[in-house]
Every structure is written in structure tokens, then in C-alpha cells.
Design a protein around this ligand. Structure first.
Ligand code: SF4
Length: 208
């Protein structure tokens, strides 16, 4: 790529910056997980169960969410059971096992919840308008990547069947939620909405 000043160059540099950020966040996650005696995947499971134990507390749902195979997720959950952080009990259909954090698991989740404080502190120095535009931009990119089958499960506004795109002329609040029946300002777009329903069936990547 020789065009470092035009649009193509900008796209390349944005992709580079996101990749760099991803590396940094992975390294931060690994460090926090290690401090708590967990693998990064086990850490993600503990945090996910702390946020949405009812909706996503099954091995298959967690495997889809974190884009790993069901056996890989099952191994992670078994390790968390051995550490007495997670329990499995029969779900409502008596067949599937639903997962929940033990009291010790909840305590560990509280300790893990600040794992990305360094990033949120860095973002706090940016104006709210810029942060809102950045959120909107990233959520649009995530929706495009989901349509392309790169990102699997998301719970963001831009991938939700209730999302009404560009329904208002206001640049800082152009979208609408047809479930909650409210306008969605850019700054209020959700990344992990409990009411989310997928707009499309995510194209699944082949996972090894
Ligand atoms: S239901 Fe949630 S994710 Fe869907 S558009 Fe409304 S606020 Fe966004």
C-alpha cells in the first residue's frame, strides 16, 4: 500500500490501529486472567456468567459467543467447576445443563470486572461526541463483519432485528429501537443488550 494520505491509506491505518488495540487488549486479558489462575477463555466465561447467567448460561451458547468449539468450551467449564467457580445444574428441559457462578465465582468476577480499566481510562480523555461517533463506527463495522461471517454472535444494536437505521434527521440520534420504541442516540447504542434478537442468522466460520 503506497497511498498513505488518501482514503485507502486511512482505512489501512484504521485497520492497523484496531489490530494493535486488539493485541494490547488480549495481552491485558491474559495478564488479569493469570493473576486469578484462569485462562483467558475461563475469564471470559466467568465475566459472561456474571453479566447474563440466565440468558447465556449454557456451554453451547457460550461456545458460539466466544467463537470456540463446544468441546473447547466444555473443557473450560469443567476446569472452572474443578476450581469451584461454576456449577452445572439441570436446565428447564431437564436435559441441558445450565451454568451459574458459585459465591466464590461471583467474588472472582468482581475482581475481574476491572480488567479493562486502562482502556476505559484512556477513552475517558476523549470528548463524548468523538466517543459516540467511534462507538457507532465500530458497531457498523461489526455488523458488516457479521454479515461476512467473520464475527459470529453479537448482541449489538446494529445486528438486531429491532434496529431502525437512519430514521431521524438528527446526526447524533439517527436510529430507533422498534422494541423499546425509543430513539437511539449514537452514545446510547448497546453492545450487549439483553433484548437483542439477531437480524440475520450469523454465517458461521468453520472452527477447528
Ligand atoms: S432491542 Fe436492544 S439491541 Fe435491539 S435495537 Fe433495541 S436497544 Fe438495540
Amino acid at each position: 500500500m503506497t497511498d498513505t494520505d488518501g482514503t485507502a491509506g486511512l482505512d489501512r491505518r484504521l485497520a492497523d490501529a484496531l489490530e494493535r488495540l486488539g493485541h494490547g487488549m488480549r495481552s491485558l486479558a491474559q495478564r488479569t486472567a493469570r493473576e486469578h489462575g484462569l485462562s483467558p477463555l475461563q475469564q471470559q466465561v466467568v465475566l459472561a456468567l456474571a453479566r447474563h447467567s440466565q440468558a447465556r448460561g449454557e456451554v453451547a451458547a457460550l461456545a458460539a459467543e466466544f467463537d470456540v468449539t463446544t468441546p473447547t468450551m466444555s473443557d473450560a467449564v469443567t476446569a472452572l467447576e474443578r476450581k469451584e467457580l461454576v456449577t452445572r445444574s439441570p436446565g428447564t428441559d431437564g436435559r441441558r445443563r445450565s451454568l451459574a457462578l458459585t459465591p466464590t465465582g461471583q467474588e472472582v468476577a468482581r475482581g475481574l470486572s476491572s480488567w479493562d480499566d486502562l482502556l476505559t481510562a484512556a477513552l475517558a480523555g476523549i470528548s463524548e461526541q468523538d466517543r459516540a461517533i467511534t462507538l457507532h463506527t465500530l458497531l457498523r463495522a461489526i455488523a458488516d463483519l457479521q454479515r461476512a461471517g467473520v464475527v459470529s454472535v453479537t448482541h449489538t444494536c446494529t445486528t438486531c432485528r429491532f434496529f431502525g437505521r437512519d430514521e431521524y434527521p438528527e446526526p447524533d440520534a439517527p436510529h430507533h429501537c422498534h422494541l423499546l420504541r425509543i430513539p437511539l442516540p449514537l452514545a446510547d447504542l448497546r453492545t450487549d443488550c439483553p433484548e437483542h434478537e439477531p437480524a440475520i442468522t450469523p454465517a458461521r466460520r468453520k472452527r477447528g
